[in-house]
Ligand binder design. Structure first.
Ligand SMILES: Cc1cc2nc3c(=O)[nH]c(=O)nc-3n(C[C@H](O)[C@H](O)[C@H](O)COP(=O)(O)OP(=O)(O)OC[C@H]3O[C@@H](n4cnc5c(N)ncnc54)[C@H](O)[C@@H]3O)c2cc1C
Length: 479
């Protein structure tokens, strides 16, 4: 008798290791159809940007190669909606069950609820799992049963729970390969790669595959003893750079946690610096799940009326890395060229936009969304609202990052600035953080004409700081 067939619907879990949906399908003994549906029109306002799409293309190619090792083909379908693709597929072949790992954004929940209902009514068993977070956002509440809004108690509460261990199961090709000849779209037909080749530096900077994730994880473990000392130095590569792999699910948070904990010298999750960051990821997901409107509205409602001073010219200069503040510009150029920016510089650059330039945090969040390879609705929202002072556990608005001091402190040798701003490569490190303060002779010796080779600052630091504080006090008095 022929075996039943099931679908594993891959979404943001593009891996076969520690993938609960995949594991359950294998354990069911059914023939498995691995499926990915590309339905960008369903993504609405948060349609993936070019950098994310670039990553997705390579991650899908890699997943497809991994499945091919077991004689399986990743079925690709392009559709206006996932429900249309799934309904069509289940009409083509008899399907007993469908498995997927949950995504926790409001839009995904709505979509999946409808799909679950429709397929269940058709007699198909629908099973969903948590494969993208350590804990389901519903699992963690404070003593009064409400969601947390402050990181430390959230983190402490997580530490009282059993952190899931990764589970990877083996399966045999003969048992899983389906006998159907299913139509699959070509990956290229998704048009995820750029039409003009702007991705040469991305290719150099990243290996967007499972094997790339494993290499970075190994390096992160090797460096983890010095994580706290190095994590803020953007030139030092002291952080893991695993964020895009975590976002696309090429590595699971449970695997990350388990590997770090068992292989590095700090054996206590609570004391381990890099593992603490993983809980910021959990916290962001927790916040967005419980406060779904915050992707474009402030968590602190009163900030709806903050007196921003929207100015497309300023915004564009910031986006292009032309503010005249080297640390900000280096970060924005790193982002443009590689699709990633170091966390410390993300903080400095985003603070500069919302405080010195008084631009709405939503504009910055949107630019990050379209340019980051790790663009993640929960983490991006939390990062911007933290900086904008309007989110949970946020840095207060009146705390204005000083981009010059930040630059001196975290890039003292200017290695990071010089890497991304070659026109300042001859400027001595001690002068580079505020080039407008250099003497004409010093500028000439470094071969820099300010305003020609590199911009003059678009706003003075004191002026920007005052503008931010004035806007804040005006806002406070209007409450
Ligand atoms: C304005 C702003 C926007 C941001 N947008 C995003 C985004 O779209 N996507 C994204 O993944 N991160 C975002 N972050 C958080 C953080 O900058 C990145 O996760 C981090 O730089 C990734 O580098 P890493 O993998 O080397 O981190 P590591 O230091 O190696 O940390 C390990 C993992 O922990 C998680 N993590 C680390 N820091 C944070 C944090 N502050 N918040 C949430 N999770 C964290 C990431 O998944 C990361 O891969 C943003 C931060 C700011 C200030």
């Amino acid at each position: 008798m022929s075996k039943d067939t099931c679908i594993v619907w891959f979404r943001r879990d593009l891996r076969l290791h520690d993938n609960p949906a995949w594991n359950a399908a294998v354990k069911s003994g059914c023939k498995i159809i691995p499926l990915f549906i590309h339905s960008p029109s369903e993504e609405g306002k948060w349609r993936a940007g070019a950098a994310s799409n670039w990553w997705l293309h390579h991650a899908l190619q890699d997943l497809s190669n991994q499945l091919a090792c077991y004689g399986l083909t990743l079925t690709l379908r392009s559709s206006d909606t996932a429900i249309a693709a799934l309904t069509a597929l289940t009409q083509e072949i008899p399907v007993k069950a469908i498995y997927w790992n949950r995504c926790y954004e409001e839009q995904s929940i709505k979509r999946d609820t409808l799909i679950k209902e429709t397929l269940s009514n058709d007699g198909i068993s629908v099973r969903s799992f948590n494969g993208n977070l350590l804990f389901d956002p519903l699992e963690i509440t404070n003593k009064s049963g409400s969601p947390y809004k402050v990181f430390t108690p959230f983190w402490k509460s997580c530490l009282t729970l059993v952190i899931p261990r990764p589970e990877t199961i083996t399966f045999q090709q003969a048992e899983t390969s389906p006998h159907y000849c299913l139509k699959s779209d070509e990956l290229d037909s998704f048009s995820l790669l750029p039409k003009i080749p702007w991705d040469s530096e991305m290719k150099e900077f990243w290996e967007p595959t499972r094997s790339g994730a494993k290499k970075l994880l190994k390096q992160a473990i090797a460096k983890s003893t010095h994580y706290q000392d190095l994590r803020d130095i953007p030139s030092d590569d002291g952080t893991s750079r695993l964020s895009p792999y975590l976002h696309f699910g090429q590595i699971s948070p449970a695997e990350f946690h388990h590997e770090v904990l068992t292989r590095c010298t700090v054996k206590d999750t609570a004391q381990n610096g890099i593992l603490r960051q993983l809980f910021w990821r959990e916290f962001s997901a927790h916040l967005l799940y419980h406060f779904p409107h915050t992707h474009d509205q402030p968590l602190r409602d009163e900030y709806q009326n903050f007196p921003w001073n929207f100015d497309t010219d300023l915004l564009e200069k910031w986006q292009r890395g032309q503010t005249g503040y080297p640390i900000v510009d280096a970060g924005m150029r790193q982002l443009w060229k590689t699709g990633w920016m170091h966390n410390r510089v993300r903080m400095v650059a985003s603070s500069f936009l919302v405080k010195h330039l008084l631009q709405p945090w939503q504009e910055g969040a949107h630019w990050f969304w379209v340019t980051l390879v790790d663009a993640d609705l929960a983490n991006n929202t939390q990062g911007w609202q933290w900086i904008g002072g309007c989110g949970a556990d946020a840095s207060p608005y009146f705390r204005v990052f000083n981009p010059i001091l930040q630059s001196k402190k975290f890039d003292p040798t200017a290695a990071y600035i010089k890497k991304w701003i070659p026109e300042l490569s001859e400027v001595p490190a001690k002068l580079i953080h505020a080039p407008w303060e250099m003497e004409p002779l010093e500028l000439a010796a470094a071969g820099v004409k300010l305003g020609t080779d590199y911009p003059k600052p678009i706003i003075g630091h004191q002026e920007g700081r005052k503008q931010a504080l004035d806007a804040y006090s005006k806002f406070k008095s209007s409450l």
